[in-house]
Design a protein around this ligand. Sequence first.
Ligand code: G4P
Ligand code: NA
Ligand code: NA
Length: 194
Amino acid sequence: MKVLEERIRQEGLILSETVLKVDSFLNHQVDTELALQIGQEFKAIFGDQPITKVLTVEASGIQFAMAAGIALGVPFIYAKKKKAVTLSEAVYSAPVHSFTRQEDYLISISQKYLGPGDNVLIVDDFLATGAALVGLCDIVEESGAQLMGVGCVIEKSFQEGRSLLEQRGIPVHALARIASMSPGEVHFIDNPGT
Ligand code: G4P
Ligand code: NA
Ligand code: NA
């Protein structure tokens, strides 16, 4: 997605060879027009499939799952990272290992909102180590729903997330694929699409 690559080049802050900060338009302040365009792009990629729900994990996947849900005309669900007092009903949950914080946490969604008969598109902001995405895939599997694919806004192709998902036979699409980066320089992998 050319407009996205352009914004990353212009506004992305490369904090190290592995961490990209996109707080001015994706991750903290959100460019709403761009977010809606991102939703349309996910529709262009996955819209030929009979998707019934979009699934993400809080917090920074929410705006893109909402945009994809708007484009596809379906609801989105975000998995919660803490067991909320209001989430007292039966839940599907999966453990996630955070490599940045070196700790495990649980993600959960209510069993009311996902089940056999659903066709799910998982959406997230970053495809990095893939830990949270694998947890979401486990939740879809547990629910008996069909996983149609994973769409991410930015993929750091030098990390292992994509291969973890592809090993499970899951179609993975990212709108900007970063092969490598260093302060002042980002190299993208050529991506078909707009
Ligand atoms: P993950 O692959 O499952 O996301 O786990 P990891 O431990 O690798 O990443 C921890 C958090 O950092 C994740 O957000 C992930 O989206 C985010 N992240 C990974 N690489 C980058 C990066 O280069 N830049 C930015 N800005 N974020 C990155 P999270 O803990 O799920 O929290 P939230 O931000 O969604 O609330
Ligand atoms: Na995220
Ligand atoms: Na994040």
